[in-house]
Design a protein around this ligand. Structure first.
Ligand SMILES: Cc1cc2nc3c(=O)[nH]c(=O)nc-3n(C[C@H](O)[C@H](O)[C@H](O)COP(=O)(O)OP(=O)(O)OC[C@H]3O[C@@H](n4cnc5c(N)ncnc54)[C@H](O)[C@@H]3O)c2cc1C
Length: 401
């Protein structure tokens, strides 16, 4: 076993949460290591298209945002975490702008869409590559600082050691132990692995396999709602190149509606995610679904109702992908069915993102409580930034104390 470097703060995972934590810890004066399973670019966060929520509308407020989160979670979310999430959302957006993210604007302000479960227009977007823009800005900011990058470091174990932690990794050169005063776990969820086990499609990156949650549980951390997995209502069902693709929920925000085999609207297309997914599955079970050419269940998403100018500004990537597959969503409806997407639950954290283990922090999809058992779209990227920033700051402060 080789012995690696020693850090004040060791961040595990290079999605939006890990990058936000690493940038924030580095700015807090800590010696930071950023370890990740493969490349720094590989993560779910970069695949996020739809957007990020923050209450900027004149008729909106962090309190209304919080009410929407609590209602969508069926009152299972932790209100303290929700309060932090929604009250710090506007400042998280300004922080991302300082780092170089350019949110789409119209009429002198942000272009805000209304997403499923929301009572206000609150979703900021960067076209339909929001996650890519956010991770790129965070990564470039980290790379410009003094932090150390540790690609191809897959965490295998975590153990307490002399008032800090020893993290054991598998690397291309063999096993390595790294000592650190504090750890930030930001290794995302497990929906890629879960879908493989179930023989289903998933929207997730192949690195979303969940072993870091198991490592934390083995080290004694507590978790909640781990059984609550979320289906994205609109997985692509046809053509085959779009199977497992998450059709941005902004299609529905900009007017697309769900229709059954008879062309009837059968649900509120802007309902909460679990309600919309359940309605699609129920419609198919009633025999009112449509079969894809390769025999998969589906319903129609009538994207022809989206105004072409909205699509050009907010859905260019989706349009390009479908058109490359021979279907123009503005000229014909597309086939969709729910697809495994997100781990709602995770490690128990406090408002500073500290887990039940001293000196171990968790942020992003690996953490639980902020969304309860049912997340609203656009709140995951937000959670990554708000709690990633908090985790990095708190981990640096503790390490330097
Ligand atoms: C297709 C898609 C579209 C989405 N759209 C939106 C959206 O529009 N808005 C929104 O808010 N959310 C969206 N989401 C959800 C959101 O993007 C993710 O939940 C969120 O970005 C997770 O961020 P994260 O940093 O916690 O994890 P990830 O981005 O998944 O990053 C996890 C990191 O941990 C690393 N890792 C994993 N295991 C190990 C290990 N053993 N050792 C070391 N490193 C490890 C991975 O390689 C990766 O770098 C979408 C998700 C997907 C998949």
């Amino acid at each position: 076993m080789r012995s690696g470097a020693t850090f004040d703060v060791l961040v595990v995972g290079s999605g939006a949460a890990g990058l936000a934590a690493a940038v924030s810890a580095e700015r807090g004066g800590a010696l930071v290591g950023l370890a990740t399973k493969t490349t720094l670019q590989a993560c779910n966060s970069a695949k996020a298209q739809g957007g990020i929520q923050a209450a900027f509308g004149e008729d909106d407020s962090p309190e209304i945002h919080a009410q929407d989160v609590m209602r969508s979670s069926h009152d299972t979310a932790n209100p303290r975490l929700v309060g932090v999430l929604t009250s710090e959302a506007p400042s998280a957006i300004h922080w991302l702008e300082e780092l170089g993210v350019e949110f789409t604007r119209s009429n002198g302000g942000y272009r805000l869409a209304r997403c499923g479960g929301a009572t206000r227009h609150r979703l900021l977007q960067v076209g339909d590559r929001t996650g890519h823009a956010i991770t790129k800005a965070l990564r470039e900011s980290y790379e410009a600082g003094g932090g150390v990058e540790l690609p191809h470091h897959a965490l295998r174990a975590l153990a307490p050691e002399d008032g800090g932690w020893t993290a054991s990794f598998e690397t291309k050169e063999g096993p390595v132990d790294i000592e650190t005063t504090t750890v930030v776990l930001a290794a995302g969820g497990r929906c890629f692995a879960e879908a493989e086990t179930l023989g289903e499609l998933s929207t997730n990156h192949p690195n979303a396999t969940g072993e870091v949650t198991r490592i934390a549980l083995h080290a004694g951390a507590e978790a909640r709602d781990l059984d609550a997995l979320q289906y994205h209502p609109n997985g692509g069902a046809w053509p085959t190149t779009m199977q497992g693709y998450s059709i941005p929920e902004t299609t529905r925000a900009y007017g697309a509606v769900l229709r059954n085999a008879d062309g009837e609207e059968f649900t509120d297309s802007l309902g909460a995610r679990d309600a919309v997914s359940a309605a699609i599955v129920a419609e198919v079970e009633k025999g009112k679904g449509v079969l894809t050419p390769d025999g998969r269940p589906a319903v129609w998403l009538d994207t022809t109702r989206i105004a072409p100018e909205d699509a050009e500004i907010s859905l260019p990537y989706m349009l390009r992908r479908y058109r490359a597959g021979g279907i123009d969503p503005l000229a014909e409806p597309i086939l969709t069915y729910p697809v495994l997407h997100y781990q709602n639950g995770g490690l128990v954290i406090d408002p500073n993102a500290e887990t039940t283990l001293e000196g171990v922090y968790a942020c992003g999809e690996i953490a639980g409580g902020t969304h309860g058992r049912n997340r609203m779209m656009g709140n995951s990227l937000l959670e990554c930034c708000v709690f990633g920033r908090r985790a990095g700051r708190a981990a640096a402060e503790r390490a330097r104390a």
